[in-house]
Design a protein around this ligand. Structure first.
Ligand SMILES: [Zn+2]
Length: 379
């Protein structure tokens, strides 16, 4: 090998090295630019998300009458942002010993956001609480979320957290139903604390498990059971009301049904391979947001109950990204603890909205992709 050939090789090597070093520099510059862009305009992360937000509006347990009054106050205080939408159908009625609240209960939900003409074209997110009467914390989460969204809506604010909150309501069509089983909840609050079902009369027995009354995998069971599924799929006013929200608003793509208790976020049964990455990302974001208050670690699990529950119906038959959260360590934690759970889970509920808004930016109103048929139920 001649000296000159060696030199050529050497110079080729050094050209390679120079090119490599240039590429690395470009990569680093690119990364720095991306990081800078994220800091300037990307989604907020960590504590900055909540800095300066007005929070802590809810200060204790509320019964269904108080919850409705609170919703009316919010609608009065924020007439451009909070609307109460009432269902024509009332419930069969509370029949317990508190005469003041006896009789049919009102069914309603809140639509939150600027009342623009294009709101039906935005991606809809529906969150609702308390289909099971004894699970008292979750209406508080729904009310706190509603009030935070409205109180922190300010297009002129320079606070990044307020700007982000404002953008959520500008981008999304937000639906929140804080009280979806008023009769049963009254019965749990005034008569029998551990009451779970609604108060519809069925022969000798009373009540249907509202979260066993959806069509997917529906079974009747016995009226005396705590999980009685009703006389048929959607036989109950409470489930008709929830499904009615989706019928009226076909732009809804994300649904969260808030329950207690287990400190878990549950995917529906039989999530497709195609949807699994989205579910995992979404639930990690929500559990991280919940943990940001005091490090409470919510599990990220699959639903094991497939007998007429909301999440399976909404995923498999309505092609929405549906889920069920089990909050807290008890059905009715002491009030100070209930308020902590409210603080945590309001962040989880807000994170779902953030995730949904990003989904819309990337995929518009693309629906969920459940498998062609529901995978066989084990056992
Ligand atoms: Zn429940």
């Amino acid at each position: 090998v001649s000296a000159s050939a060696d030199q050529v090789q050497l110079s080729a090597r050094s050209t390679n090295a120079a090119a490599q070093s240039q590429a690395i520099q470009a990569q680093q510059a690119g990364r720095a630019a991306t990081a800078a862009a994220a800091a300037n305009s990307g989604p907020l992360v960590g504590p900055a998300l909540y800095e300066g937000l007005k929070t802590g509006f809810v200060d204790g347990y509320m019964n269904p009458k108080e919850i409705l009054e609170r919703c009316q106050q919010l609608a009065d205080k924020y007439p451009n942002l909070v609307e109460i939408v009432e269902s024509e159908q009332q419930t069969s009625g509370y029949d317990g010993k508190n005469a003041e609240v006896r009789g049919p209960g009102k069914q309603y939900y809140l639509r939150v956001g600027p009342k623009t003409e294009d709101r039906d074209k935005k991606l809809g997110v529906f969150q609702f609480a308390a289909p099971h009467a004894r699970e008292w914390v979750n209406p508080l989460i729904m009310l706190e979320l509603t009030e935070q969204l409205a109180a922190n809506y300010d297009p002129s604010s320079t606070n990044p957290a307020v700007q982000a909150n404002t953008q959520l309501l500008d981008k999304l069509d937000v639906f929140i139903a804080p009280m979806t089983n008023p009769d049963g909840t009254n019965y749990s609050m005034f008569d029998e604390k551990m009451w779970r079902k609604n108060r519809a009369p069925y022969g000798e027995s009373v009540g249907v498990d509202v979260n066993r009354n959806y069509p997917t995998g529906w079974v009747a069971g016995d009226p005396s059971e705590i999980t009685f599924g009703g006389s048929g799929p959607l036989s109950e006013k409470e489930t008709q009301h929830i499904v009615g929200v989706l019928d009226r608003h076909p732009n809804i793509r994300f649904i969260c049904d808030w329950h207690s208790y287990a400190e878990e976020i549950r995917k529906p049964w039989g999530v497709s391979d195609q949807d699994m990455p989205l579910y995992n990302a979404m639930h990690t974001r929500m559990t991280d947001a919940i943990a940001s208050v005091r490090d409470t670690k919510y599990g990220n699990v699959f639903s094991e109950v497939i007998e007429g529950t909301s999440d399976d119906y909404f995923y498999h038959e309505r092609k929405t990204y549906s889920m069920l959260v089990e909050t807290a360590k008890a059905f009715q934690p002491k009030e100070s603890e209930a308020l902590k759970v409210t603080e945590e889970c309001t962040r989880g509920a807000r994170e779902l909205l953030r995730f949904a808004a990003e989904h819309q930016e990337q995929q518009g109103l693309a629906a969920a992709n459940p498998p062609a048929s529901i995978p066989r139920i084990p056992g």
